[in-house]
Design a protein around this ligand. Structure first.
Ligand SMILES: Cc1ncc(COP(=O)(O)O)c(C=O)c1O
Ligand SMILES: N[C@@H](CCCC[NH3+])C(=O)O
Length: 443
C-alpha cells in the first residue's frame, strides 16, 4: 500500500497515522472507523492556495464539500482561508452550524428548491451557481421579494468532458448540468441574467469531470470560457469578474495511479487564463476552483475488523470485514479500486491473494478484489487507504447498518469528529401507526 501523508509503519509493525497507532484507534473507537490525517488535509489545502498565490491572479479555492461534509471539516476549510461549495440545504446547514462565513459559501445544484434558495439568501451566502433558465428566473424573483441583490455565476457546459486518462471535446455535451455552450444556451443565459435586476452576474463556471490526471482538459475549458467571455464583452458589453473552472483534480488511489502535483494543475489553469484573456486585452478575472477529492481523498483511511472467510479451492478466498458498501459504495458503483494492509501486521510479507467482501446481503458488496496479504485471521485489522472522498459522504444504512464514526488524527492525538451511529439513530425516525397493535419492546 502506498503510504500517504503522515502514514507510516511503526516499530511494532503497526500502521500509524498522524502519530497514532491505528490498533489503538480500533481499541478506543471500534470498527469500522474512518480516520483522517488532518495534516495531510491541511497540506492539500495549502498546495492549492500557495499555487494560486504564486500565479499572481486573484483567486478563491472553494472546497467541494460534497466529497466529505462534516462540521469539523468545515472548520479546517475556514481556518485554511478557503471558500466552500455546497449543493444542498443539508451541506449549507452543516457549514452554517460550523460557523463557516456565509459570504464564502457558493451554492451549486441543478434543482435547487425554493426552500433552499430562500435559506441561502437569508443566510447571505456569497454566490449561487445558477444551472438553468428556470432557476435564473426563480432566483431573481425570490431575491426581489427579499429585496436583496444576489451574486451569481452561470454554470456552462463547455463541451469538454474529461476522464481519468483522457479528455474529449464534443460539439454538444449530453449533461443534466448547466447551459450548453455549443447550442447557444450559454450566451442566451448570460444575456438574460445580465438584465435581471436582482442578480449580479459575476461570471461563468465550468466543471469538466472528476479524477482527471491531465491538464489538457482544463486548458481547453479555460480557452472555451475565455472565448465566450470575449464574445459576450464584444456583443453585449458585459465583462466577467470571475471564471470558475470547477474541480476534478485526480488523486492516487493505487500505487500505479499517476496524478499530477496540485501545483501543475493550477499552473496550467492560471497560465491558460492569462494567455487567453491577456491576448484579448480582457481585464484578468479572478480564478475560482472547486477541488473536493484532491483535498480529502488520500487523507482518509478506513479501518475494519476481519471476521469470517470462505476459501473456494481453485477459485478464490473471500475475507469479510465488518463494513462494506454501506461505508464505501465506490467499488460497487464505479468499480473503484483500493489498496489495503493488515494494520496490525503491516510488516509481514504477503503470502496469499484474497478478495475483501463487505457484510451486506448483496453479492456486489465487495471492497477489493485480489489483494495480496499475509495469511489473514479473524480479528486482524484491515486498513483501506484513500477513502477520504465520497465514502462517508455516500455512506448508507443499507441492511440497517450503523454508519461508522470519523476520527481526525494529528501529532499523536485523535479527536472523534463524528460519532458512530446508534441503534436509536437507526429507528429514531420510525413510527408505528396507532392503528397497529401496540406491543411492548422486545429489547
Ligand atoms: C460542480 C462541481 N464542482 C466540484 C466538484 C468536485 O469534484 P472533485 O471531487 O473531483 O474535485 C464536482 C464533482 O465532480 C462538481 O460537480
Ligand atoms: N461520487 C463520485 C464523484 C462525483 C463527483 C461529484 N460531481 C465519486 O465517488 O467518485
Amino acid at each position: 500500500m502506498y503510504l500517504h501523508g503522515t502514514s507510516k509503519i511503526n516499530g511494532q509493525g503497526h500502521l500509524e497515522i498522524g502519530g497514532v497507532d491505528t490498533t489503538k484507534l480500533v481499541a478506543e473507537y471500534g470498527t469500522p472507523l474512518y480516520v483522517f490525517d488532518e495534516a495531510l488535509v491541511r497540506e492539500r489545502c495549502r498546495e492549492f492556495v500557495d499555487a494560486f498565490k504564486a500565479s499572481g491572479l486573484k483567486f478563491q479555492v472553494a472546497y467541494a464539500s460534497k466529497a466529505f461534509c462534516v462540521m469539523a471539516m468545515c472548520r479546517i476549510v475556514e481556518e485554511e482561508g478557503m471558500s466552500l461549495d455546497v449543493v444542498s440545504d443539508g451541506e449549507l446547514y452543516t457549514a452554517l452550524q460550523a460557523g463557516f462565513p456565509a459570504d464564502r459559501i457558493h451554492f451549486h445544484g441543478n434543482n435547487k428548491t425554493i426552500d433552499e434558495i430562500e435559506m441561502a439568501i437569508d443566510a447571505k451566502i456569497g454566490c449561487f451557481v445558477v444551472d438553468n433558465f428556470i432557476e435564473l428566473q426563480m432566483l431573481n424573483a425570490i431575491a426581489g421579494e427579499k429585496r436583496q441583490k444576489v451574486k451569481i455565476l452561470l454554470r456552462i457546459t463547455p463541451g469538454v468532458e474529461a476522464h481519468t486518462h483522457e479528455y474529449i471535446s464534443t460539439g454538444q455535451t449530453d449533461s443534466k448540468f448547466g447551459f450548453d455552450l455549443g447550442n447557444g444556451a450559454a450566451f442566451r443565459a448570460i444575456e438574460e441574467a445580465s438584465q435581471l435586476s436582482n442578480l449580479e452576474l459575476l461570471g461563468i463556471h465550468s466543471h469538466i469531470g472528476s479524477q482527471i490526471f491531465e491538464v489538457e482538459g482544463f486548458r481547453l475549458a479555460a480557452e472555451k470560457m475565455a472565448a465566450l467571455a470575449v464574445e459576450v464583452r464584444q456583443e453585449i458589453g458585459v465583462t466577467f469578474k470571475v471564471i470558475n473552472l470547477g474541480g476534478g483534480f485526480g488523486i492516487r488511489y493505487v500505487s500505479e495511479d499517476t496524478p499530477l502535483p496540485v501545483s501543475v494543475y493550477v499552473k496550467a489553469i492560471t497560465d491558460a487564463i492569462k494567455d487567453n484573456f491577456g491576448r484579448n486585452e480582457y481585464p484578468l478575472p479572478e480564478i475560482w476552483v472547486e477541488p473536493g477529492r484532491s483535498i480529502v481523498g488520500d487523507a482518509g483511511t478506513t479501518l475494519y475488523t476481519v471476521g469470517t472467510s470462505k476459501d473456494i479451492p481453485g477459485v478464490r478466498k473471500y475475507v469479510s470485514v465488518d463494513g462494506g458498501m454501506t461505508d464505501n459504495p465506490r467499488p460497487a458503483l464505479y468499480e473503484a479500486v483500493y489498496e489495503a494492509v493488515l494494520a496490525n501486521r503491516a510488516t509481514e510479507e504477503p503470502t496469499e491473494v484474497v478478495s475483501i467482501a463487505g457484510k451486506c446481503c448483496e453479492s456486489g458488496d465487495m471492497l477489493i478484489w485480489d489483494l495480496n496479504l499475509p495469511e489473514v485471521n479473524t480479528g486482524d485489522v484491515l486498513a483501506v487507504s484513500c477513502t477520504g472522498a465520497y465514502n462517508y459522504a455516500m455512506a448508507s444504512n443499507y441492511n440497517r447498518i450503523r454508519r461508522p464514526g470519523v476520527v481526525f488524527v494529528s501529532e499523536g492525538q485523535s479527536d472523534l469528529v463524528v460519532k458512530r451511529e446508534t441503534f436509536d439513530n437507526i429507528v429514531g425516525n420510525d413510527i408505528i401507526p396507532a392503528r397497529m397493535k401496540q406491543v411492548s419492546k422486545t429489547v
